[in-house]
Design a protein around this ligand. Structure first.
Ligand code: HH2
Length: 279
């Protein structure tokens, strides 16, 4: 996937227990309204999930996950002209989501959780986001031990990409993600952000998902919904270090921040005279 401009991926958590927005979208109608608002504010991808993967999150039965995401995907695929990504570790949920209209699988386990996932992705021709983590959401923080976090994340993401390629996923379908907050202490996420440029050496596009996360909270000392400025700061820094896809809740503010830094870096997307003022 060659990306010459930043793409914002809007988060739709259809879960009761996500760390920042659990229970915010209790009905299909509310979720579709939120999705429409996100597309209107510049989302280039909608990422829908039915399982919270925050540290310590409870296991979700596959039937519940399917019931949460499939009706939304069927309807959203008809209404919106942007790709839909399904945030799942389950190959069955992924297969059904792709049949319902999704075209990207966002697997926070990097194809390690479900042995059939790589094949489902390869056979469907879907895009795939391979995120770095260790273990599963219940135990991952115990495994947040690194000598050189960027080098270890790079090596483990390379293994995930090799798993995908061996299963027949084409290289152009693969996107890598350092997994901020997954099996990482706040200091690890901040160091990864500083060293993010090292992860572009693989040649795969880079996605980041810092939205409202705890490593931002430890710096600004604010609850999740008041971490938008911190999220923007991380996205802009990540953009400058080569990230091109940004998974966030606050689509409008992040899209506008990225439009400015992208215009400054490339001259693209500059509409002279359309600003509210000239000061
Ligand atoms: N973070 C979360 C979930 N999915 N996917 C990718 N690719 N990258 C991420 O950083 C990422 C992700 C966790 O955040 P959120 O969806 O807001 O919360 P929860 O897992 O509690 O639903």
């Amino acid at each position: 996937m060659a990306l010459d401009r930043p793409v914002v991926m809007g988060i739709l958590n259809l879960t009761p227990d996500s760390f920042s927005d659990g229970g915010d979208l209790p009905t299909l109608e509310r979720a579709l309204e939120r999705a429409a608002a996100m597309v209107g504010e510049g989302a280039g991808i909608l990422d829908v999930g039915g399982e919270s993967t925050r540290p310590g999150a409870a296991f979700v039965a596959e039937a519940d996950e399917r019931a949460r995401v499939l009706p939304f995907i069927e309807e959203a695929a008809l209404r919106f002209d942007v790709p839909i990504s399904v945030d799942t570790r389950s190959s069955r949920v992924a297969r059904e989501a792709l049949a319902a209209g999704a075209s990207i699988v966002n697997d926070v386990s990097g194809l390690a959780h479900d042995a059939a996932m790589a094949r489902v992705v390869a056979e469907s021709g879907a895009g795939v986001v391979l995120m770095h983590m260790r273990g599963d959401p219940k135990t991952m923080q115990e495994r947040a031990v690194y000598h050189d976090v960027a080098a270890e994340v790079e090596a483990e993401l390379t293994e995930a990409a090799e798993r995908a390629l061996r299963a027949g996923v084409p290289a152009e379908a693969i996107v890598l993600d350092p997994g901020f907050g997954f099996a990482k202490l706040p200091a690890h996420s901040l160091e990864l952000l500083r060293e993010l440029g090292r992860l572009t050496r693989s040649g795969f596009p880079l996605l980041v998902g810092p939205s409202r996360k705890g490593f931002i909270g430890t710096v600004v000392n604010r609850p999740p919904k008041e971490r938008v400025e911190g999220t923007i700061a991380v996205c802009v820094a990540a953009y400058l270090r080569g990230a091109r896809i940004f998974r966030v809740h606050d689509v409008g503010p992040v899209s506008r921040a990225l439009a400015v830094i992208h215009a400054s870096e490339t001259g693209a997307g500059f509409h002279a005279g359309t600003g509210a003022g000239t000061a």
